[in-house]
Ligand binder design. Structure first.
Ligand code: FSO
Ligand code: SF4
Length: 542
């Protein structure tokens, strides 16, 4: 295996024996093969678009969209560790690829020059598994091309995750999926130069902004605009169900199915921002948030005592002490863990196995008893715009520090707590994503009623931070987004953060600090390019 897609990659270079995340080598190789199959499908979809060969009545094209988005998301860090699930997904893709090939050759596509990823078809399972180790990252020899291809693929994985959430809520955009096909197919094209691939990296950022905007529209249309909220962190006396990950629709359906049953629902990790939406405030049994960022789950799930639903990343290989209480859904998977099936068209998911288990479980053991304040997505911040602008003009706020991104296990991430705590009192932190757990329980006070930590929500809500910056630029009549009193100190972990970074670069943001370490997938030349063109830097001491 070779994987270097996340910040915790072994030695900062690549996991080669097994994943630091717990991913086994067989699963890693199969994930590479799955990406290879997706690239083959993307080749056909890109050609069909360019040569206008799509028959809109044919269902296979809609199936391809669905397949591509799910497959990319499946391979994101901490999503799916289940060998059988990945194998099944590969086999489904091979069938889809074959249908596409037949349909498009009938429509006139000449596949003589098609890449191996498009035409490869194993005769049996043996041929399938023997292919897996041959198609990974290292199959690209030139390290700069490999680095740029990786950056594009990881950006697309992040894009797929965000797109998936929008799609679940009924929001899609053909321009985005078409770009994804184009970019995936481009990673198969050996004629593309470093310059061509750099341009594609930047275009990935452009579509990153579009995807984040689509998801923002989906979330706010379905659940209202996040508003200033105080969330409890204690535990009650009823049995509970803990919901982790990013999928708001799963939480909504579970809340509906548990109304009046005497079961309390708690959010975990990235589900915390659900409390900020008006639509979720109407459920009195959504009682609070339990625990911290994803990597503490092995300790905290043990103490929760009731069932736990993992709707998306980040799943950590579970301990025996709670694995019977763990349920996955959507694209998440782990061998031996119960899985809640997808909803049938227009229906809800059936959460009854979780609900029945909850009824028999003792209430959660309390970990703490405080509150977290959040809900500062763009609408809420812009509602306070006059106050914010006044505070900047009067000098009460000297600087905003964007500290969005991910949390992780590395000890060096204590830097972010020290950094937040040590910032001068006339600074305000703008955040989103699970990075906030490093400082969202510190008492950092407020500036004239404006809290010093403004949490926009999940990493999925990073778009809010961009909108706030663009709005401030307009209000202050500035030409350049970099003239704002905003600095960026971003913590990254997985591939959604790669897309957020590319989106910020597309918006013209310069001098971003990225930590706790720079990505292992940057070759020295590509790293140099990022430093010279965008002023990207690492972190030092708080
Ligand atoms: Fe965190 Fe995990 Fe939201 Fe990521 S829970 S690390 S960027 O998957 O998704 O912020
Ligand atoms: Fe290693 Fe990260 Fe890949 Fe897991 S996702 S195998 S930790 S690089």
């Amino acid at each position: 295996m070779f994987c270097y897609q996340c910040q915790e990659t072994a030695g900062g270079n690549g996991c080669t024996k097994s994943g630091v995340c717990g991913k086994r080598p067989e699963v890693s190789d199969l994930q590479d093969l799955l990406i290879y199959v997706v690239k083959g499908i993307a080749y056909y979809m890109d050609q069909a678009h360019k040569k206008n060969l799509k028959d809109n009545k044919s269902e296979v094209f809609a199936m391809a969209d669905d397949y591509m988005v799910k497959s990319l998301f499946v391979t994101l860090t901490n999503v799916n560790f289940d060998q059988q699930a990945i194998t099944d997904q590969i086999k489904a893709g091979l069938q889809l690829k074959e249908t596409l090939r037949k349909e498009l050759t009938k429509a006139g596509l000449d596949i003589d020059n098609a890449p191996d990823a498009a035409t490869w078809m194993p005769k049996d399972d043996g041929e399938l598994t023997s292919k897996a180790p041959l198609v990974g990252i290292l199959s690209t020899e030139n390290e700069d091309i490999r680095s740029l291809r990786s950056m594009i693929i990881y950006g697309l994985k992040g894009m797929a995750a965000y797109y998936y959430h929008a799609k679940v809520l009924g929001f899609t955009d053909e321009e985005i999926t078409q770009f994804m096909y184009k970019a995936l197919a481009a990673t198969l094209d050996d004629s593309l130069t470093v310059e061509n691939l750099v341009a594609l990296v930047m275009e990935t950022g452009k579509y990153g902004v579009a995807t984040l905007a689509l998801l923002d529209k989906a979330n706010t249309t379905c659940y209202g605009s996040p508003e200033l909220s105080t969330v409890k962190t204690g535990a009650g006396k009823n049995p509970g169900i803990l919901v982790s990950g990013h999928d708001l629709k799963d939480l909504e359906e579970l809340l509906i199915q548990t109304e009046g049953l005497g079961i309390d629902i708690y959010t975990h990790g990235e589900m915390l921002p659900a409390h900020y939406y008006p639509a979720f405030k109407k459920y009195p049994h959504l009682v609070g948030n339990y625990g911290n960022a994803w990597w503490k789950q092995t300790e905290e799930f043990e103490k929760f005592n009731g069932p736990i639903l993992i709707t998306t990343n980040c799943l950590v290989p579970p301990k025996d002490s709670y694995k019977d209480r763990l349920f996955t859904t959507n694209i998440v998977g782990f061998e031996g863990i119960k899985h809640i099936a997808d909803r049938k068209s227009n229906g809800q998911k059936d959460f009854s196995p979780i609900i029945e288990m909850a009824k028999k479980c003792p209430p959660p053991t309390e970990l703490e008893n405080g509150t977290i304040v959040g809900g500062f997505a763009h609408t809420q911040v812009l509602a306070l715009a006059d106050k914010v602008v006044e505070a900047v003009k009067s000098g009460a706020i000297k600087k905003f520090v964007v500290m969005a991104g991910c949390d992780g296990r590395m000890k060096s991430r204590a830097y972010y707590t020290d950094f937040a705590a040590g910032l001068p009192k006339d600074t305000v932190i703008l955040t989103a994503g699970c990075a906030k757990y490093r400082y969202n329980k510190l008492d950092l006070g407020d500036i004239g009623g404006i809290p010093r930590v403004l949490d926009a929500g999940q990493c999925n809500d990073s778009y809010s931070l961009a909108l706030i910056a663009l709005k401030l630029k307009e209000v202050f009549g500035l030409e350049d987004i970099n003239d704002l009193p905003i600095v960026y100190n971003i913590a990254w972990y997985e591939q959604k953060a790669v897309l957020v970074l590319l989106s910020l670069l597309h918006l013209g943001v310069k001098n971003i600090h990225l930590g706790p370490t720079l990505p292992g997938f940057l070759s020295p030349n590509v790293a140099k390019l990022l430093v010279e063109t965008f002023g990207i830097g690492g972190i030092t001491t708080a």
